[in-house]
Design a protein around this ligand. Structure first.
Ligand code: NAP
Ligand code: MG
Length: 405
């Protein structure tokens, strides 16, 4: 069989621990035999980040901006324990944070559903995609531990010297204080990324904040979405037969639980962080959650939503076989290949991406799964738990058959 050709390189960002092991297995078994892979490789493993003083993360992010499509393996975000474990000179920042800051994107997380695993919410029959604004708010906060009595004020000094000042609280005892911000430009990008994504997948878009309590901050988000929708997207949405609506987050939560799924729920940074964990858990497994960062100028970075699966890695290092689920990481690759194929007009590459996903789903529907999933199948379905290597081999068999058709 002739290998499928590519024209523009994919930006490939390798990572850490168990997912790094899976990364190589996926490439060796499911990609390199079928695709003449063109990639610009960046090793974002912690060892290399330390060696390059994290320059590698910046280089990879700018490459993603240059080429437009990237695929990323999970990476360690160092904490104090990792500083010791890897003998780090600094507690390097989260690579995902760096990439998001450079691409200024919105993160879309969607679960992969299979027949044999029913979501905990019985009404959900279609995936719910969470669109998380990946900039600002509490993630870029300034906070104080207040030691005792005193006055806290919010002050803004304009470039021309004019001042806005308001008392936040007159502390009569110790407490805590926090300041945070967002920017119209970033909120506008968030809105456009959501409208564009909704159009590209032809799904309704919901947006929710707490604007009744946060009458200026959250309300600004609501207004920006509405203005952009009315001025730029209303007609396109109507033509596509999809809708946009805004609702208070409390109401959104209730509606999401009662819904059938099949829509995009746009959330502010913190809400999206928390709600995506809840939604992925309710759909079954973090290992079945895909994630794509979409920038307003149309750059895409695909990854799995889970981390480096440290506990499995330590067992792997002891020589034990592990049954770590590679599905979300495979879908990161397929998503990237499909987008690359679409951008470059390569029908074969798009077909390969479709077949790769179909082969994964067929394997799962045939009851061959990793341990995390095998333990969750509903009554009436059978499942055999296999290790990662055997699972990937089963996918390869099906992929080969599909591509030869
Ligand atoms: P994690 O790697 O997602 O794993 C948490 C637990 O979830 C695992 O111990 C495992 O449970 C289960 N799990 C997750 N993915 C799985 C998979 N593919 N197959 C089977 N089971 C899976 O999260 P963490 O332990 O909190 O974080 C580990 C490291 O990942 C940290 O250093 C963190 O900084 C990093 N991280 C990176 C990203 C990213 O790059 N996007 C995201 C999150 C975390 P059992 O052990 O019970 O089997
Ligand atoms: Mg989270």
């Amino acid at each position: 069989m002739n290998k499928i050709q590519m024209t523009t390189p994919l930006v490939e960002m390798d990572g850490d621990e168990m997912t790094r092991i899976l990364w190589k297995m996926i490439k060796d078994e499911l990609i390199l035999p079928f695709v003449d892979l063109k990639s610009e490789y960046y090793d974002l493993g912690l060892v290399k980040r330390e060696e390059t003083k994290d320059q590698i993360t910046l280089d990879a992010s700018y490459a993603a901006k240059k080429y437009g499509v990237a695929v990323k393996c999970a990476t360690i975000t160092p904490n104090a324990q990792r500083v010791t474990e890897y003998n780090l000179s600094q507690m390097w920042k989260s690579p995902n944070g760096t990439i998001r800051a450079i691409l200024d994107g919105t993160v879309f997380r969607a679960p992969i559903m299979i027949d044999s695993i029913k979501p905990n919410v019985r009404t959900w029959t279609k995936p719910i995609t969470i669109a998380r604004h990946a900039y600002g708010d509490v993630y870029k906060n300034t906070e104080f531990r207040i030691p005792g009595k005193g006055k806290a004020e919010l002050v803004f000094t304009g470039e021309d010297g004019t001042e806005m000042r308001e008392t936040i609280y007159d502390f009569e005892c110790p407490g805590v204080l926090q300041g945070m911000y967002n920017k119209d430009t970033s909120i506008e990008s968030f809105a456009r990324s959501c409208f564009e994504y909704a159009l590209s997948v032809k799904q309704d878009l919901w947006f929710s904040t707490k604007d009744t309590i946060s009458k200026k901050y959250d309300h600004r988000f609501k207004d920006i979405f509405q203005e952009i929708y009315d001025n730029e997207y209303k007609e396109k949405f109507e033509a596509a037969g999809i809708t946009y609506f805004y609702t208070l987050i409390d109401d959104a939560v209730a509606r999401v639980i009662r819904s059938k799924g099949g829509f995009i729920w746009a959330c502010k940074n913190y809400d999206g962080d928390v709600m995506s964990d809840m939604v992925s858990t309710a759909f079954g497994s973090l290992a079945m959650m895909t994630s794509v960062l979409v920038s307003p100028d149309g750059n895409y970075e695909y990854e799995a939503a889970h981390g480096t699966v440290t506990r499995h890695y330590y067992r792997y290092l002891q020589g034990e076989e592990t049954s770590t689920n590679p599905v979300a990481t495979i879908f990161a690759w397929s998503g990237a290949f499909r987008k690359r194929g679409e951008k470059d007009g390569l029908a074969d590459l798009v077909r390969y991406a479709d077949c790769l996903e179909a082969a994964v789903l067929k394997t799962l529907n045939d009851g061959i799964m990793t341990k995390d999933l095998a333990g969750m199948v509903s009554e009436g379905y059978t499942a055999t738990a296999v290790n990662s290597a055997d699972f990937i081999a089963a996918i390869r068999e099906r992929l080969t058959a599909m591509l030869e058709q």
